[in-house]
Write a protein that binds this ligand. Structure first.
Ligand SMILES: Cc1ncc(COP(=O)(O)O)c(C=O)c1O
Length: 389
């Protein structure tokens, strides 16, 4: 049977090769320290788990839910976005999602016609590039590199490209480079989207995972942003709930409505018990988030300081739980990944999996215990892996 062209058009999924490599090593009895996937290591708050267990006992939660979603969840989102980011939202400007990835890709499907251009900074989270391809669109890469702080230069985009594009996708703090953006950048992105009649999609999955008090801003906090912006939030990283599949979109009512229309034809939203638990998470007023940030900040410090002993000179990222690390000379991102797995039994993600501009880098996801992260550095040291002379 021949697959649809939309699948055939996708570039090779490097992470599937990586999975194979890891499985082969494990089959040989190797015990890998796996820092490949951005799946949080912190647990959800106990109140959230308790709320879920209680919700399981309520018959209504086992039924199909309304396409509108749970009004209590939407109110909790409105209040959370006010408290955390100073946003003024109404309940109809909120849409619950089965994780933000689902929402992002379905939103792209809701707006792209075949051949439509989408502006995407790269390297990027794969769904930002692959979502447009799946929807029949054409991603137009906005190159980001270390010297520009992994922020695209919107002034460099030719008017003829920007005018024909339909959407600009941004995501700060960003995966995989851990870059953060200033208010000025968001202001510029909003102006740019308005000038060229673009939808501005902001993926804010790492909005709460920041360090040293450098709180990221919501794109919707820019005055006038709501005219053109939809922003995707996730409970996965914030509350350690990646496997639960819960996120939400907020922003322009028309954009939210189209996403709802799309999803009405595809799914029934997240499991009700999950939504109740998520509502409890958003209502929490304790130090959970501060603790979560302190936990990852410590891991960040361990790895950056450890790698500096091995010759790397890395800045400490101000957000996310990723570290974007250049590969030593003589390697490319895939060969260094293989070398790390074979020689040090440490698994990381090859930069090429995040786009061509990711070549020359690997991404460490700091999602294991402090002890194991220390061990990863030790293993590299023992294997003689160094950067530079
Ligand atoms: C930038 C970015 N957006 C979205 C997601 C997906 O999050 P969710 O679990 O809400 O689908 C990830 C997961 O790694 C991510 O890195």
């Amino acid at each position: 049977m021949e697959e649809a062209q939309r699948l055939a058009k996708l570039p090779t999924y490097v992470f599937a090769l990586l999975d194979k490599l890891k499985a082969e090593e494990r089959a040989k009895g190797k015990e890998l320290i796996d820092l490949t996937i951005g799946s949080p290591s912190h647990l959800p708050p106990p109140e959230v788990v308790d709320t879920f267990v209680d919700a399981l006992k309520v018959q209504a939660n086992h039924r199909y839910f309304s396409f509108e979603g749970d009004p209590a969840f939407r109110s909790a989102v409105v209040e959370w976005c006010r408290r955390q980011y100073g946003l003024q939202l109404e309940n109809h400007e909120v849409m619950e999602l089965i994780g933000s990835k689902e929402g992002i890709v379905h939103f792209i499907f809701a707006y792209l016609n075949p051949g439509d251009t989408v502006l995407v900074p790269t390297p990027c989270y794969p769904a930002h590039y692959r979502g447009p391809i799946l929807a029949g669109g054409v991603p137009y890469e906005l190159p980001t590199v270390e010297s520009n702080g992994y922020i695209p230069d919107l002034d460099m985009i030719d008017d003829s490209i920007a005018d024909k594009a339909k959407m600009l996708i941004i995501s700060y703090p960003t995966n995989p480079t851990a870059a953060t953006a200033t208010r000025e950048f968001f202001e510029k992105a909003v102006r740019f989207a308005k000038k060229h009649n673009l939808i501005l999609l902001h993926d804010f999955a790492y909005g709460e995972l920041y360090f040293e008090g450098r709180k990221p801003i919501s794109c919707l906090s820019i005055p006038g942003a709501k005219d053109v912006t939809i922003e995707f939030h996730s409970l996965s990283k914030t509350f350690g709930m990646a496997g639960w599949r819960l996120g939400f979109a907020v922003g322009n009512a028309g954009l939210i409505e189209s996403l709802r229309k799309m999803k009405t034809n595809l799914d029934y939203g997240p499991f009700n018990a999950t939504v109740k638990a998520g509502t409890a998470a958003l209502k929490m007023h304790n130090g959970y988030l501060d603790n979560m940030r302190a936990t990852y900040q410590k891991k960040r410090d361990i790895i950056v300081e450890g790698l500096s002993e091995l010759g790397w000179k890395l800045k400490k990222p101000l957000a996310t739980f990723y570290l974007w690390v250049p590969v030593p000379s003589g390697f490319n991102s895939m060969s260094f990944t293989e070398h790390l797995i074979h020689k040090a039994e440490v698994a990381v993600s090859p930069g090429i999996g995040f786009g061509d501009l990711g070549e020359g880098y690997v991404r460490f996801a700091l999602v294991d215990t402090d002890e194991r992260i220390r061990q990863a550095v030790e293993r590299m040291k023992k294997a003689g892996i160094r950067y530079g002379g």
